[in-house]
Design a binder for this molecule. Structure first.
Ligand code: BGC
Length: 807
């Protein structure tokens, strides 16, 4: 294929064998199902109620058995041909299980009518099952499966049970927030009253009760954790278009659960340290929990351990495994641990070995445990053993000293013993006799002060107390040298088309006498030479989004046909290639990112990335706006389903595999949202107030791992403000850390329609402004001496270099 042929002509050229389309192909849907099965987590299985034996009769309770939530809302949504709910999944396995149809018919009718009245999946009300139906169901079988589902989405957060009505002051009315408040009396973390009543009724009438959780993030598990009348629970997540079938197959033993939690499931929402002030203000979030996020909090802070129902890394199997540490040693700054894992059960399955480090408390204070390595076994037959070799560097155990307790602005290894834990969850571990001792403090990397908090007053320490933080002069994020564009002037506008002068068809379509971009692609002209021939207007034009072509709906970049620069299209992620319904193209909906994280399996995440990218390419799009890797700081963040984990290491390693899979197809991955976009409410104007240490060790770390391991073509800066500076206007973030410290040389795009000023974004090294740029405002800024042509060229060059990478 010729260079940029797909971008220029949008040809209908399938990528599959025999001219078949790969988009939503059987193979991709099968992969989606298998990925879903790999990340579902078996939380409970008393009396081996699961897997269901052949011939089992089941009654499916809960409208969630019909009302399947394949993923969350917003850019993480996907237009699909069909969605398989649990009922349909079970039906597909007829012969193995028999479903009590009359009950399912009741739910089917009910959900259908709720949809007809405008409800969307997951935002429906639990109906009360008529008494006679209940009796019939319990006469049919002793086995009930309850499905609970939840939906959340972009642009809004989950309500906290702690918040009084007047506490959440929203700058706008989102009907979904209102609806959510109506349905979920205590916030959707908890069961509603009608759900609780349904669960209680089922428990009274059935001796075997199985629960399937079709959710996108952390929810209440206290209602089943110690309840003997609920024997089994499958955390099935939002599993994509095949999710109901994936869950059904696992319940029936067609496959063995091997997912492990990528988040801690606490007893109550109130037990997460981020909950109490999450909705304090629409204007800011104070990250007072500092580095004690997720299990780093629950495993470290005195008294927090007992607040956990299911720890990070936890997940059962239908089989059992034994692991033995064979050796542990350090050589040349790398610690290697060899572990043999044996399947001691009777079914084939997989186990995940996890290594955590406990650093000495020293002066800085440390989490009791931090994940530093993990590996999943292959599918082990009963009795089979696999030897795993896990490695991590000594340097990766270092902590960032932002206040200069040891050495200011440096990663340091404080003197003392570094304990190493090996096991199958953060709790189920064995402390190795091998200890890594650091005789005296070592500065691993000297950096410099960045992203310093100005108005975060205190932060949590390892003993649960708080230390005051020095206060700096606050920065006004709306500062602008001329009249700042208003939020609503920025919101939602499409790019403008540029006028192309008429030219004679049989002449060269390029500007007379210019060097074309093809010459750059052929290596005859440098990007610098190419840019030098352009006017300021033309360069300013290059720095913004371009009109859609083909089936794209998130716009393009480039688009200067008179120079031979193609218009390269972007599309969302992360749950699949998102094409607007009106285009008539259906794509594969993959499991949500949280589920993918729970696979702890880089190979399957790579495979999803590779397959997803093929769909992107087949539809003539070149840049995929995925993966999204913000940290699950609070269960309340409405977009958690799109993100991987509370842990930056797991996030970084798995999302790096995703990027590698995507880019193996020469499709650009876009890692988003950089950074600290951990709340959706007022996301374009909310200040994430965070310490430099927490920023670096928790919130930037995943990005750092991905950048260093997988070299993504593109990073998307986030909407929010970080310590008073908008992320997209933040030169310390985008130039000093991302490019300077991490050595990355790709292109940064804004998120779509930021409330930032374009010239300040250019100054900060944010190369591209999406959905549209503001060339006229850039030129005004240049005329006022606020930016230079060189500043614009730096960004333009990186945009052009990205386009050069496209096939
Ligand atoms: C989201 C991004 C998305 C973009 C384009 C924004 O609202 O935050 O994740 O890629 O829209 O759809």
């Amino acid at each position: 294929m010729n260079k940029w042929q797909r971008s220029r002509f949008q040809p209908n050229l399938p990528l599959g064998e025999n001219g078949e389309r790969v988009t939503a192909s059987k193979a991709h849907r099968e992969l989606s199902k298998n990925a879903a099965k790999e990340g579902m987590v078996l939380l409970k299985n008393k009396q081996n109620v699961l897997p269901l034996k052949k011939g089992t009769k089941v009654a499916l309770f809960g409208k969630g058995s019909i009302d399947y939530v394949k993923g969350g809302g917003g850019s993480g949504d996907v237009t699909v041909e069909y969605i398989i709910n649990l009922y349909e999944g079970m039906k597909a396995l007829k012969g193995h299980v028999n479903v009590f149809e009359e009950l399912s018919d009741f739910y089917l009718e009910n959900v259908k009518s709720q949809y007809e009245q405008g409800a969307i999946p997951g935002m429906t009300v639990e109906p009360v099952v008529p008494e006679d139906l209940l009796k019939k169901a319990s006469a049919f079988t002793d086995t009930a499966i309850i499905t609970i589902c939840r939906f959340s989405g972009e642009g809004w957060d989950r309500k906290s049970s702690l918040d009084t009505k007047d506490k959440i002051v929203l700058p706008y009315e989102d009907p979904l927030i209102k609806r959510s408040e109506e349905i979920f009396e205590r916030g959707d973390f908890y069961l509603t009253k009608t759900e609780t009543a349904m669960v209680n009724t089922v428990k009274e009438h059935f001796s075997k009760v199985i629960v399937v959780m079709n959710v996108g993030g952390m929810v209440d598990t206290s209602w089943f954790v110690d309840d003997d009348s609920i024997q089994s629970v499958l955390m099935a997540w939002q599993g994509g278009m095949e999710g109901g079938l994936a869950a059904a197959e696992l319940l029936c033993g067609m496959g063995n659960p091997s997912g492990k939690l990528s988040d801690t499931f606490a007893k109550r929402l109130e037990d997460y340290p981020s909950t109490y002030n999450f909705h304090d203000s629409v204007d800011y979030v104070e990250y007072t929990d500092d580095i004690y996020v997720g299990y780093r909090y629950f495993e470290t802070i005195p008294g927090a351990a007992e607040k956990v129902n299911y720890p990070f890394g936890f997940g059962l199997s239908y089989s059992s495994f034994q692991w033995n540490v064979v050796s542990a040693e350090e050589q040349n700054g790398v610690i290697q641990v060899k572990v043999s894992v044996t399947n001691t059960g009777s079914l084939e399955g997989k186990e995940v070995i996890q290594i955590y480090v406990g650093a000495p408390q020293g002066l800085l204070g440390k989490p009791a445990k931090s994940l530093v390595a993990f590996q999943k076994t292959r599918q082990l037959k009963a009795g089979e053993t696999q030897m795993l070799s896990l490695e991590f560097t000594v340097d990766s155990m270092a902590s960032y000293d932002d206040l200069g307790k040891i050495q200011k602005s440096a990663y340091v290894l404080e003197a003392g013993d570094y304990l190493i834990y090996v096991g199958t969850s953060v709790r189920n571990v064995e402390k190795l006799s091998f200890v890594y001792n650091v005789p005296q403090n070592i500065v691993v990397k000297q950096l410099s002060e960045k992203l310093v908090p100005t108005s975060l007053k205190e932060r949590m320490l390892a003993d649960g107390s708080f230390e005051p933080l020095p206060q700096r002069e606050a920065h006004n994020p709306n500062e602008c040298a001329f009249e700042k564009i208003t939020d609503w002037q920025a919101e939602g506008y499409t790019p403008e088309g540029r006028i192309r002068k008429s030219y004679q068809l049989w002449r060269e379509p390029f500007k007379k006498g210019c060097h074309t971009f093809y010459e750059v692609a052929e290596g005859k002209v440098t990007v610098e030479e190419f840019l030098a021939q352009m006017t300021d207007e033309e360069v300013a034009h290059l720095l913004g989004g371009q009109p859609n072509t083909g089936v794209a709906n998130t716009f393009g970049l480039g688009n200067m046909p008179e120079y031979g620069v193609p218009n390269i299209m972007t599309a969302d992620g992360p749950a699949g290639l998102r094409i607007a319904p009106e285009c008539g193209v259906k794509t594969t909906a993959w499991p949500c990112a949280t589920l993918l994280a729970c696979t702890w399996n880089r190979d399957i995440v790579y495979a999803v990335g590779e397959a997803g990218a093929k769909e992107v390419k087949e539809n003539n799009i070149a840049i995929w706006l995925t993966p999204a890797v913000n940290i699950h700081r609070s269960p309340l963040c409405g977009r958690n389903f799109e993100y991987y984990s509370e842990d930056p290491f797991l996030t970084g390693k798995l999302a790096a595999a995703m990027v590698e899979g995507i880019q193996s197809q020469h499709i650009g991955a876009t890692v988003k949202h950089f950074a600290l976009n951990n709340k959706e409410t007022n996301r374009k104007n909310s200040d994430s107030r965070v310490s430099e240490r927490a920023a670096r060790e928790i919130y930037l770390k995943g990005f750092e791992i991905i950048v260093k391991e997988a070299n993504p073509w593109c990073i998307m800066s986030s909407y929010n403000i970080i310590n008073g500076h908008r992320a997209s206007e933040n030169r310390e973030l985008l130039e000093d850390i991302l490019r300077g410290e991490w050595g990355w040389n790709g292109m940064v795009t804004t998120d779509w329609w930021t409330y930032a000023e374009h010239y300040k974004e250019v100054k900060a090294g944010n190369d591209l402004k999406m959905g549209r740029g503001y060339p006229e405002r850039l030129l005004e800024a240049k005329a006022l001496g606020l930016i230079t042509r060189e500043d614009m060229d730096v960004c333009a060059k990186r945009i052009l270099e990205l386009i050069l990478k496209v096939d």
